[in-house]
Design a protein around this ligand. Structure first.
Ligand SMILES: NC(=O)c1ccc[n+]([C@@H]2O[C@H](COP(=O)([O-])OP(=O)(O)OC[C@H]3O[C@@H](n4cnc5c(N)ncnc54)[C@H](OP(=O)(O)O)[C@@H]3O)[C@@H](O)[C@H]2O)c1
Length: 227
């Protein structure tokens, strides 16, 4: 069993997701207020996005030998809503095991140093292993379901994490808050960063579920994935 997966993003009309030059005053609200209306047991982000929320200290975990056990760690803690991060090499540093009201789950590969696992256990941050060298995102979702009873997960970006779940065929719904702005920055991250260039992969088609005007001139569009 795996959770139902809803990817939620705020994007410009040209699909870009960094808001640095968009010029809106309270730029967090467009994402957060719509996200709060999606019923989910967890949100999940990529390492780059999570580093905007995690601790700012720089700790050196060295290259300690990886001969310690590689067993999933489910922290004993009261929260029932979770914030998961795809962090294959263990780069997020934590002062606490919470982001707002959500308990942190680190999604790792087995290559992380033992000292990093000690850091997570010391902070009572949960962690799961999603593969030896590379992540198996199917396995990751199954573990989130089995170990944390996560039935619906909201994937909140950025573009690389969205792109990897898209490419793996694991997204059930896409929720887009379309901002009335053309960004135009060549090379800036887009909603789905799945693959360089054109190969054999086919684009993912969506079916419209609903759309509504939100805020001033924004549109909130919800799609289901056509399989
Ligand atoms: N507009 C919006 O709604 C929105 C939402 C969220 C974020 N953002 C913005 O998006 C930007 C970040 O996006 P991003 O695409 O650069 O980064 P990201 O998706 O947040 O994180 C990418 C990193 O996550 C890890 N990762 C993701 N998928 C993986 C996989 N399948 N296997 C192994 N590792 C994987 C890798 O970490 P390692 O590099 O450690 O290997 C990768 O470099 C930020 O500027 C943020 O503010 C915008």
């Amino acid at each position: 069993m795996k959770p139902y997966v809803i990817c939620h993003m705020l994007g410009s009309v040209d699909g870009r997701i960094k808001q640095d030059i968009w010029g809106f005053d309270d730029h967090h609200k467009y994402f957060e207020e719509t996200a709060a209306k999606i019923d989910a047991d967890a949100w999940l982000v990529g390492r780059v996005t999570m580093q905007e929320f995690s601790g700012k200290k720089v700790l050196d975990f060295g290259d300690s030998r990886n001969d310690g056990p590689r067993e999933d760690f489910v922290a004993d803690q009261p929260a029932r809503v979770f914030a998961a991060v795809i962090d294959p090499s263990g780069k997020c540093v934590w002062d606490t095991n919470m982001v707002s009201t959500e308990h942190v789950i680190e999604v790792l590969t087995e290559k992380v140093p033992d000292a990093y696992l000690e850091h997570l256990r010391d902070r009572n941050v949960s962690y799961i292993f999603g593969g030896k060298e590379e992540l198996d995102l199917h396995l990751v979702l199954e573990k989130l379901y089995q170990l944390f009873h996560i039935k619906t997960v909201r994937i909140d970006g950025g573009g690389h994490v969205n792109g990897s779940f898209l490419k793996a065929g694991l997204i059930d719904e896409f929720s887009l808050v379309l901002a009335p702005v053309a960004d135009g920055t060549i090379g800036a991250p887009t909603v789905f960063e799945a693959e360089e260039g054109y190969g054999d992969r086919k684009a993912t088609r969506f079916k419209l579920k609903s759309f509504e005007p939100v805020f001033d001139d924004f549109l909130w569009i919800r799609y289901s994935v056509v399989r």
